[in-house]
Structure formats: C-alpha cells, structure tokens
Ligand binder design. Structure first.
Ligand code: KG4
Ligand code: ZN
Length: 351
C-alpha cells in the first residue's frame, strides 16, 4: 500500500562518489511551497584516490565505498537529527555503474532495510539524475524533455509521465562528460579533467579555435563526440602548446560541445512538442551550458530547469528522492541483493 509521509535514506555508490542523503516527503514542498524535504546530504569524492591513475580504478572504488559508506550514513543521520529507527525506507543505486561499487551500496542498503524491517528500493542512477531538478522545484511536472549529460551518458529523453521515459537520442560513442575528460587529459590537465577544462575555458578567447558541431548538419537527435576529441588533439599538437593556447583550445572545445547540445535540445523540444527542458548530470554543472540553454529556451518562449550544481554531479539526494517517489507509489524490492550494471531506463515501471 502506498504511504503518505516517508523518511528515506538514499545511498549512491555507482562510481567514484559515495553519496548519502535523507529525504523527507512530509516537508518536500509538494504539500506547501519551499523544498525542505532534503534533511541532510553528504558526498565523499574519491578523486584523490584515482588521480594518480588518470581515471577510475574499479577495485579501488569498491574498497573505498566499503570504508566510507557506513561512517557517511552515521554522519548524514546525525546532521538530520535522526536515528535509523526514524527511517521508513532505504533507496540505493542498483545501476548502471561499476558492479563492485554498486554491490557495496546495495548490500548495505538491503542489510539496513532487513534489520530495520522497512522496504528497500533499487533506483536507476539516470532516473535519479533526471528527477534531481524536481527535488527543489515542486512545481515542475511532466511532460518535459530531459537532457542527461554525465560522464557515462548523453541522452535526450521524453518524460511523458513520472517513470515513463522515451529515448529520443543518445551518443553513438563518447558521452559529453567523457569528451570533456579525455580532451582535458590530452592537453595535460589532471583527472578529472571536465571541470578543470571548463575553468580554463573561462580564460580562453572565443573563436580562435573553431571545432565542428558534430551531427548537427543532418536531422536526428543522436550525438557523436569522439571526432571532436581528435580535432582537439590535432590542433593541440600543431600549436605552441602554451598556456594561452591551451585556454583558447579549451574555449573552442567547450563552445562546440555546448552549441551541439543546445541545437539538439531545441530539436528534441520540437520533436516532443513541449517547451520545458530539464538538464541533469555532471555536465549540467557547466556554466556556459547553463547560460546557452537558458538563452535558447528564452528565445523559444519556453523554460529550462537545472538542479543546483552540487546536485548535478553524483549524490545521494537524487537517489533518496527518486526512491521516495517509487516507495510512495507502493513499489519496493524483495530481499535479494541485486544490481544491474547495464540497465535500460525505458524498462522501468511507471509510478
Ligand atoms: O553525473 P556525474 O557526476 O557522474 C556520472 O554519472 O558520470 O558526471 C561526471 C561528469 C564528468 O565527466 C565530469 O568531467 C563532468 O561530469 N563535469 C563537467 C563539469 N563538472 C562535471 N563537465 C563540464 N563542465 C563542468 N563544470
Ligand atoms: Zn551520474
């Protein structure tokens, strides 16, 4: 039976961030304005652990989640002024992601739910990202088009109703965040390069380096970013490789990605016949992307919504929120610890 008021613990361990949050549906602003539903959230980033390898090492990621998860659960509950006995449910990321890392979160979440005799709910990581803009914006409701731009995914999704997702387009090769990270790496920036490249681009001269806007010269909503990375490599190798040039190339690259995403978002809104765009995932923290999409939406008379930057990148809040909605709809898991490293969001049940 669906419950009205729930306090839900959210656990995210799909990749290189341990995220924990407590979400309370009694105070989430859907009953009254103001989004106080997020009682506490904490993220522990493993960036320093993986930096020397230039990318995420899955086994190290799993071991670090083992070390950090329970202390983070205790810390988050203490910040919320709650004990485990106050919880009505536990939500955890069950995929997509690194299987060992996912199993840490799933194992802890299931064990907690078992011991407390409360339901557990498996959350799709990308649904978590996709619903994050609704977490602090109770007025925002489907139908809308979502642009999901993370390190692993670049997708345009038509959200027809809560839990009903139709894929409009996706990347055929690199994800947008992956393109940022690889481009940063080839110009010698440390891991994780995306945010560093974006910072450097702020200092760059627009227009000195002009790269293609891939796949915008033909109809369709799919993306391809791997050729862009090659263009940058060629430009970088042929250049003086000085600081100024690096910033100018970073700016040229960022403008190419941002323009491409904006063009496809406009087309996706046309295809879906709606005027609300929701942006989520790590690249959604990019300042220039936010500005460009805002201008695009304004010019069409539509609107674009983003989570605050801290809720664009991986976090437990989005998992607690998505899990709370599914628990409210009466859904939960059986007692098995089960993860789905590859998971198609279109197969999720409606809620
Ligand atoms: O959603 P997320 O935290 O993790 C995944 O689920 O992948 O996204 C991480 C990705 C990384 O590729 C990172 O470089 C990128 O988001 N990213 C950014 C920015 N902040 C994070 N890319 C461009 N500009 C940023 N400000
Ligand atoms: Zn993510």
């Amino acid at each position: 039976m669906a419950r009205n008021c729930l306090i839900v613990l959210g656990i995210e361990t799909s990749c290189d961030e341990t995220g924990v949050a407590v979400y309370d549906t009694a105070h989430d602003g859907r009953a009254r304005p103001g989004a106080e539903g997020l009682r506490a959230h904490a993220v522990y980033s493993q960036i320093a652990l993986h930096a020397e390898y230039g990318g995420v090492v899955p086994e190290l990621a799993s071991r670090d989640h083992v070390r950090k998860l329970l202390p983070l659960v205790r810390q988050t509950l203490a910040e919320a002024g709650l004990s485990t006995r106050d919880l009505d449910g536990v939500a955890y990321t069950a995929g997509p992601g690194l299987v060992g890392a996912l199993l840490v979160g799933a194992g802890v979440a299931r064990a907690l739910a078992w011991a407390l005799e409360i339901p557990a709910i498996a959350v799709h990581h990308m649904e978590g990202h996709l619903l994050a803009p609704l977490l602090e914006d109770p007025e925002l409701k489907p139908p809308f088009v979502a642009l999901l731009v993370s390190g692993g995914h670049t997708q345009l999704v038509a959200v027809e109703a809560m839990g009903q997702y139709r894929l409009l387009g996706e990347t055929l090769d690199d994800a947008a965040g992956e393109a940022f990270d690889k481009t940063a790496k080839l110009m010698g920036l440390p891991y994780p390069g995306g945010p560093q490249l974006a910072k450097l681009a702020e200092l760059g001269t627009p227009g000195r380096f002009k790269f293609a806007r891939p796949m915008t010269d033909r109809p369709g909503l799919d993306f391809s970013f791997s050729g862009l990375k090659t263009q940058v490599l060629l430009a970088w190798k042929a250049s003086d490789q000085g600081e100024r040039t690096r910033a100018d190339i970073a700016r040229g690259f960022e403008d190419a990605v941002v323009d491409t995403l904006a063009i496809k978002c406009g087309r996706a809104l046309d295809a879906a016949g709606c005027e609300t765009l929701v942006v989520a995932g790590g690249v959604g923290a990019n300042r220039r992307l936010r500005e460009k999409l805002q201008a695009m939406a304004r010019a069409r008379g539509g609107q674009v919504r983003f989570p605050r930057p801290a809720l664009c990148t991986d976090n437990g809040a989005m998992i607690a929120f998505a899990g709370a909605l599914r628990l409210e709809a009466g859904q939960h898991e059986d007692a098995a610890v089960h993860v789905t490293p590859r998971w198609d969001m279109a197969t999720l049940p409606a809620m």
